[in-house]
Write a protein that binds this ligand. Structure first.
Ligand SMILES: *[C@@H]1O[C@H](CO)[C@@H](O)[C@H](O)[C@H]1NC(C)=O
Ligand SMILES: *[C@@H]1O[C@H](CO)[C@@H](O)[C@H](O)[C@H]1NC(C)=O
Ligand SMILES: *[C@@H]1O[C@H](CO)[C@@H](O)[C@H](O)[C@H]1NC(C)=O
Ligand SMILES: *[C@@H]1O[C@H](CO)[C@@H](O)[C@H](O)[C@H]1NC(C)=O
Ligand SMILES: *[C@@H]1O[C@H](CO)[C@@H](O)[C@H](O)[C@H]1NC(C)=O
Ligand SMILES: *[C@@H]1O[C@H](CO)[C@@H](O)[C@H](O)[C@H]1NC(C)=O
Length: 722
């Protein structure tokens, strides 16, 4: 707190204490009035009173505050378009901007009748500038551009005091080009300026305005003129003419005329032009029809012409009779250039020259070779004519006619081939065929009459048809023989299959095969056939695919000699030992023991006592069979006692007579059904010895049996002992 404030507070404190002090005594009222109060007498006169001054409110002593008259609103206290200004204890009014007080003093108190009036700013010239129009408003004004001017730098309307907007004259700029028109003149381009247009070249004015005006909106208005294109249309058509025209019918376009084919340009201009007034100029071309006149003659020809000589007309030339065209066209045509063209023929007299030579033929000819000349042909001796015609004429083509004449040799009677017959023949060809049983082999079957007059005979040979295997037979039960029915050097492969079977031995089966390759015509093949077997033999000629069969059977062989040793006995009941020999034919073998009473010179036929049956009578009364033994009942060996009185195989083994000498013969027999073969051996001599047995040297050398076999016979010689 500074010094002055401290002093004031001190003063205040003094005053308050002074007042308190006075109250207690006689109080001076006026001394206590507020600085802004006035001490007045009470209305009732009973003293003084402090009243706050005019414009203040309060108790008049301690508190007098300024009263704000403007608080209720300028409009109500000062009137319309005013501003209220409060002051200590009072107030005053002023007009709002744009208004002025009627008392013409700036500050006023309304109660003197003063009020605020609108100021007309537009009354002052040049407020908005010389391009704008002023408009007065209540309390203000605004500006807008005059016609022909446009606002710049701001919106319209504008206030020149508050914004920078200003008005500028309208400028439409250079007028735009207009279709079908041209700009003729333009002075200025600002508002109201006029541009003059005219119709473009090739166009004509029909209606409307040619001018264009720059409007207030900155745009050109117009022109409204209607310019129509000048067209000449289609060019005129003239007789016998064609046109060369690009289709344009604007002024200056041209069309060129030409004469159609068959006509030619005689005179006049052939060009027409489209003028500015829309018409084609008249072409004065003149086309005349072509005339070729009378055709030119061709030597040695006739002309066929209908007397028309316009373009395209034809004339035909023909060589006259006896002449022919040696080349070139024979038609002439009237051309566009007025000339006959095309015929290039030349007619020459026909000359056939020498007639054609024919082999083996004579010519009868008068030497001329003109059209119609004739030559005759005659075949020479030994030849005959083969042709429909024997003469030829000189033809229009300059050639002798082709008559196909041939002179062919006469070969005489048809040739004959061995074993063949003629199927068909004419004078130059014979067809042969082999007779039945023969077939053709290698070579043609056609004989041809040669040009020399001799038959060229067919190469064919007729060969007897024979099977590839024939004359098949078997020799010596062993060797096959056959003839090959094949050709020359051909090699044939033969497959021989043989199957053997035996009735008496069911299990037996002998199947074998063998091959033979040979070129021979006569063939022999020896097979290893087993005895007493039926064979079925199959021969196949492999390449020919032919098979022949034959059956053969091998004979029953004589059984092998039984294994015995010759013995001599002095007893009437000798026991003899027999060794069995192995024999393939066992099932059909048997042994027989013969007893021969000794009587001078004897001959024993091994096969003679054919009957093997016990009941059959012996041819000889002396010899007999004493036993018959089936070989199957013999083991490896057997002892047999002669005269033991037993029966063997149905034969009675009769006892031998004492004092008599006997020979015992053993016979081995192979037999099947009616077939039999036997082998005999002298087994023993029994009894008293009365004769000396002379043995052949061969037998004695072996020291075996004193007997000789001759074709199945046993001869025994006995000599008296010396
Ligand atoms: C009295 O009024 C005047 C002006 O009107 C002012 O300046 C002054 O301060 C007032 N006195 C007091 C004590 O309020
Ligand atoms: C417009 O211009 C054409 C020439 O382009 C003229 O022939 C015509 O008379 C003009 N029209 C007017 C209305 O002036
Ligand atoms: C005989 O016949 C043959 C074949 O048909 C044939 O080509 C030939 O011209 C004939 N010959 C004759 C003289 O008729
Ligand atoms: C062979 O065939 C004949 C007839 O079929 C027959 O009688 C004969 O016994 C046969 N021979 C052999 C050894 O089989
Ligand atoms: C061979 O067999 C045939 C029957 O196949 C027969 O007729 C013929 O007599 C037999 N010959 C011999 C020797 O067996
Ligand atoms: C046959 O007789 C001989 C002696 O004489 C004897 O050795 C042999 O065993 C006999 N054979 C048979 C099969 O009886």
């Amino acid at each position: 707190m500074d010094e002055t404030n401290r002093a004031m507070i001190l003063v205040l404190l003094l005053c308050v204490s002074a007042a308190k002090l006075a109250e207690g005594q006689t109080l001076d009222v006026c001394a206590s009035c507020h600085a802004n109060a006035t001490c007045e007498n009470k209305l009732d006169g009973s003293g003084k009173v402090c009243n706050c001054n005019y414009g203040y409110v309060g108790n008049g002593r301690t508190f007098c505050q300024d009263k704000d008259e403007c608080q209720i609103g300028a409009h109500r206290i000062c009137g319309p378009h005013t501003t209220c200004h409060n002051t200590y204890g009072s107030y005053y009014c002023t007009c709002l901007s744009g208004y002025r007080p009627t008392n013409n003093i700036n500050v006023f108190i309304p109660n003197d009748g003063t009020h605020c009036q609108d100021i007309d700013e537009c009354s002052t010239t040049g407020v908005c500038g010389d391009r704008a129009l002023c408009r007065n408003l209540e309390g203000s004004f605004d500006c807008s551009c005059q016609l022909g001017y446009q606002i710049h730098n701001g919106p319209e309307p504008f206030n020149p005091h508050t914004n920078k907007a200003f008005c500028k004259v309208v400028d439409c700029g250079q007028p735009a080009s207009v279709q079908d028109m041209v700009l003729l003149s333009v002075s200025r381009t600002t508002y109201g300026s006029v541009a003059i247009f005219g119709c473009a070249e090739g166009f004509v004015w029909r209606s409307g305005d040619n001018s264009s005006v720059c409007g207030a909106d900155g745009l050109w208005k117009g022109p409204t003129a209607d310019c129509e294109e000048i067209l000449c249309g289609d060019p005129p058509i003239l007789h016998h003419t064609g046109q060369v025209w690009n289709g344009s019918s604007t002024p200056g376009s041209t069309v060129t005329y030409f004469c159609k084919t068959g006509f030619y340009h005689n005179e006049g201009s052939n060009i027409s032009v489209c003028t500015n007034n829309g018409y084609w100029t008249k072409p004065n071309i003149s086309c005349k029809e072509v005339d070729c006149g009378v055709p030119r003659p061709v030597p040695d020809s006739v002309m066929l012409w209908d007397n028309i000589a316009t373009m395209g007309s034809q004339v035909v030339y023909q060589c006259k009779s006896g002449y022919y065209n040696v080349g070139g066209g024979n038609v002439s045509v009237c051309t566009a250039s007025g000339e006959w063209d095309g015929a290039s023929l030349r007619c020459q007299e026909i000359n056939c020259l020498r007639p054609v030579f024919k082999p083996n033929a004579k010519m009868l000819w008068d030497g001329t070779s003109r059209l119609g000349s004739v030559v005759y042909y005659q075949c020479e001796e030994g030849y005959y004519t083969r042709s429909q015609r024997n003469y030829s004429k000189c033809g229009e083509n300059g050639l002798w006619e082709e008559i196909g004449l041939r002179c062919e040799a006469k070969c005489g009677p048809v040739p004959l081939l061995a074993n063949s017959e003629v199927v068909w023949h004419n004078r130059s060809v014979v067809i042969h065929r082999c007779v039945d049983g023969y077939h053709s082999w290698r070579g043609s079957n056609v004989s041809v009459c040669g040009s020399s007059g001799l038959w060229e005979e067919a190469q064919m040979k007729c060969i007897e048809i024979k099977p590839p295997i024939n004359h098949l037979f078997v020799i010596n039960e062993k060797c096959l023989h056959w003839k090959a029915g094949k050709y020359e050097e051909d090699t044939e492969v033969y497959k021989v299959t043989y199957v053997g079977s035996r009735d008496y031995q069911r299990s037996f089966h002998d199947k074998r095969n063998t091959f033979l390759t040979s070129k021979a015509d006569q063939l022999e093949l020896c097979l290893n056939l087993l005895p007493f077997t039926n064979y079925s033999i199959l021969i196949t000629a492999v390449s020919a695919g032919f098979t022949a069969t034959i059956t053969t059977n091998t004979s029953l062989p004589a059984p092998p000699a039984p294994g015995v040793y010759y013995k001599e006995f002095e007893t009437p009941v000798p026991t003899l030992r027999l060794r069995r020999s192995r024999n393939a034919l066992d099932p059909i073998s048997l042994y027989q023991v013969f007893v021969l009473p000794l009587e001078g010179i004897m001959m024993f036929d091994c096969s003679s006592p054919a009957s093997l049956h016990p009941s059959s009578k012996m041819k000889s009364s002396t010899e007999y069979i004493t036993a018959q033994i089936d070989v199957r009942h013999v083991g490896t060996e057997m002892n047999f006692t002669v005269g033991d009185g037993l029966h063997y195989g149905g034969f009675f083994n009769a006892p031998l007579e004492k004092g008599r000498d006997y020979y015992i013969i053993l016979r081995a027999v192979s037999q099947w059904k009616t077939v039999s073969k036997s082998t005999c051996v002298l087994w023993a001599k029994v009894g008293g010895i009365s004769y000396v047995l002379k043995v052949s040297s061969a037998a004695s050398a072996v020291g075996l049996v004193p007997m000789i076999f001759l074709g199945g016979y046993i001869f025994i010689w006995f000599f008296k002992k010396t």
